[in-house]
Ligand binder design. Structure first.
Ligand SMILES: O=P(O)(O)OC[C@H]1O[C@](O)(CO)[C@@H](O)[C@@H]1O
Ligand SMILES: [Fe+2]
Length: 183
């Protein structure tokens, strides 16, 4: 049994104190995610994880700081994944910034939800998820998901998402992804 504990989240930056595990993804880690080639050391996003055992009796929690920027007309976004255990759900609470949460099922249905300070997005089991920063400031959100969920990135790397969020003449637009491979 774990000992109860408390961490303190900076709602503006996403930093968690005292300690946490950091995952940092750079443009060079995002190759293939965008229609245009991307490379280089620029940081796209950082995930601060609170480590607990990866079992179905614990909740994994983390914050994500997704920087603002674009590759071509596509906004900075997370890689996106299904949970390895497909029926595992997740919740997001946005604490700063503005974005879109893109979700999709394996049979090609998709849903887009808004992310803004205070929004709580529920990601049901079976839906892949990717966050997109549509503003000119970092998007910061807290996430909680079932401990044994795991991350399946391969399906998204192979097939993509059915839709993309791109910058249009009057702001963010959702467009079909020409590279999406339906099953
Ligand atoms: O795992 P990805 O797709 O790189 O993106 C990180 C996302 O995954 C999670 O860590 C857990 O699902 C989210 O909190 C975070 O936004
Ligand atoms: Fe997830």
């Amino acid at each position: 049994m774990l000992q109860p504990f408390t961490r303190v989240l900076d709602l503006g930056t996403g930093d968690i104190a005292p300690e946490n595990r950091l995952v940092r993804r750079r443009l060079s880690d995002m190759r293939g995610a965008y229609a245009e080639d991307c490379d280089g050391a620029q940081v796209v996003y950082e995930v601060f994880n609170i480590d607990v055992p990866e079992t179905n009796s614990e909740l994994q929690t983390c914050t994500t700081r997704l920087y603002n920027g674009k590759v071509g007309d596509e906004y900075f976004m997370t890689k996106g994944h299904f949970h390895e255990v497909r029926d595992r759900s997740e919740v997001y609470l946005t604490t700063s910034g503005y974005g879109r949460l893109v979700m999709a099922t394996e049979d090609g249905r998709y849903a887009i939800e808004e992310m803004r300070p205070g929004s709580m997005n529920y990601i049901p089991g079976g839906w892949s998820h990717r966050s997109v920063n549509v503003a000119d400031e970092p998007l910061v959100f807290f996430a909680a998901y079932i401990g044994d969920s795991g991350h399946d990135y391969g399906s998204i790397e192979e097939r993509g998402f059915p839709v993309l969020v791109v910058e249009g003449p009057s702001g963010p637009e959702v467009v079909p992804n020409p590279r999406y491979q339906s099953s």
